[in-house]
Each structure stands twice: as structure tokens, then as C-alpha cells.
Design a protein around this ligand. Structure first.
Ligand SMILES: Nc1ncnc2c1ncn2[C@@H]1O[C@H](COP(=O)(O)OP(=O)(O)O)[C@@H](O)[C@H]1O
Ligand SMILES: [Mg+2]
Length: 219
């Protein structure tokens, strides 16, 4: 279970008074569960996700995984996978090495990592693209590669920041179902940030809205 407990974060613009971006925000996500986080642009959704990932410190509060306080752990030691709308794939690597990257980073030998990446790509219907450069793929294919790369390290939690916003509507619908199946199979605690309420309702049993620093449950 991923728990964000009493997280607060202020932000002070260069010319202006401090703004409470997150005020005593708490939310828990069980293994295999998806929780959606909605809110207008600038409401602090990405900030909360970055705090969960360890990319940014909170002013107050704790991040816990399976009961252990991991607030002080750097991102690479949290065992989480992150996905963003712009895919964040490595343009200089071909598809297979993009997927193998997380394993190599964990110390898996390159050849073994490549073999696992091949198997993962096959499951995603991307075997034919293993040797392609990522920029040769369509948006939907790139986002599948990004998910394959995220899942190969067997993360305990999956943090997604508007993963489909760069994609067209048909593809979004198709990927929803694919992602749902993978999240359930891998039993990850999943926090899904989106500004699309229909997508949020399709993906998540529980949904929250960030508004003026407060996290309100909406279903
Ligand atoms: N380090 C920073 N530099 C600039 N702006 C920041 C910084 N941290 C927070 N903000 C501001 O905080 C607000 C929330 O940002 P963000 O978490 O990205 O919101 P969302 O993802 O909901 O659109 C924005 O108005 C942003 O300008
Ligand atoms: Mg954002």
C-alpha cells in the first residue's frame, strides 16, 4: 500500500505571497488499486506525484510504502515507476534498449536485460519494433514502449502524470483497457493524474480533486 500522509507544500512566486499548493493532503492506494487525481491546471497534481516519487521534497508529511516511511529515499530506491505524457523515452536508444534500461540500471547484465525486454515487447505486441528508433513509432506505440519500460522492473507503485494527453481519442480509449489489464496483473498501487474526468472514472475506483490545496474525494 502506498500512503501519502499529511503532505503539505507551499510555493512562493517570485513576485507574490506564498500559496498553499498542498494542504495536509492524505491518500492511500492499495496494491492493485488505481486512484485518480483530478484538478485544474496548476492545482498541484504533478507536484503531489513528484513528492510521491521522491523527485521533490514536501514541506511536511510522509510517504510510506507497505508501512515503511520512505520519505528520505531517493527516487531510484523507492521501487516506483513513473510515466509522463511526453513518454520520456531515450531518443538515441532503440526500442529494446529503452525497455531494458531500467534493468541495466538495477545491475542486470545487458544481455539478460535485452532478453527480458524482448519478452516484454512481445507481450505488448511490439516485437517487430525492437530495433527501431523510438521516433519512428507512433504516439500510441511510444506510450506502450514507455509502459513496457515502466513494468519491466516490477514496480510496487505506478505513478502516471496525464499519460494519454498527447494521444488522440480513439487511442486513449484503447490504451485505457490495455493499461487496466497490466495494472491489475502486476498488482501495482497506481496513482493516475489526469484532467479528464471520463478517463479517471474509467480507470479508478476512487477519484479525488485537488482544489485550493485541499484533496476532496469525489467518488
Ligand atoms: N518550482 C516551481 N517553479 C515554478 N512554479 C512552480 C514550482 N513549484 C510549483 N509551481 C507552481 O505550482 C502550481 C502547481 O503546479 P503543478 O503541480 O504542476 O500543477 P498541475 O500538475 O495540477 O497542473 C503551478 O501554478 C506552478 O506554477
Ligand atoms: Mg501537471
Amino acid at each position: 500500500m502506498l500512503e501519502l500522509c499529511n503532505i503539505s507544500k507551499q510555493w512562493t512566486p517570485l513576485h507574490g505571497s506564498p500559496k498553499a499548493l498542498l494542504r495536509d493532503v492524505s491518500v492511500a492506494v492499495a496494491a492493485g488499486e488505481t486512484v485518480a487525481l483530478l484538478g485544474s491546471s496548476g492545482s498541484g497534481k504533478s507536484t503531489l506525484l513528484r513528492i510521491a516519487a521522491g523527485l521533490e521534497p514536501a514541506d511536511a508529511g510522509r510517504v510510506c510504502m507497505d508501512g515503511a516511511d520512505i520519505s528520505q529515499l531517493p527516487p531510484e530506491r523507492r521501487g516506483f515507476a513513473l510515466m509522463f505524457q511526453d513518454f520520456a523515452l531515450f531518443p538515441h536508444l532503440h526500442v529494446q534498449d529503452n525497455v531494458a534500461f531500467g534493468l541495466v540500471e538495477q545491475g542486470v547484465a545487458r544481455q539478460a536485460a535485452r532478453e527480458q525486454a524482448s519478452a516484454m515487447l512481445a507481450r505488448f505486441g511490439l516485437a517487430a519494433y525492437a530495433g527501431s528508433k523510438v521516433w519512428q513509432l507512433s504516439g500510441g506505440e511510444q506510450q506502450r514502449v514507455a509502459l513496457a519500460r515502466a513494468l519491466i522492473t516490477r514496480p510496487r507503485a505506478l505513478l502516471l502524470d496525464e499519460p494519454f494527453s498527447a494521444l488522440d481519442a480513439d487511442l486513449r480509449l484503447q490504451l485505457r483497457e490495455e493499461f487496466k489489464a497490466h495494472i491489475a496483473e502486476h498488482r501495482m498501487a497506481t496513482l493516475w493524474v489526469t484532467h479528464d474526468e471520463a478517463e479517471a472514472r474509467a480507470m479508478a475506483m476512487r477519484g479525488y480533486r485537488l482544489q485550493n490545496g485541499d484533496l476532496l474525494q469525489i467518488w
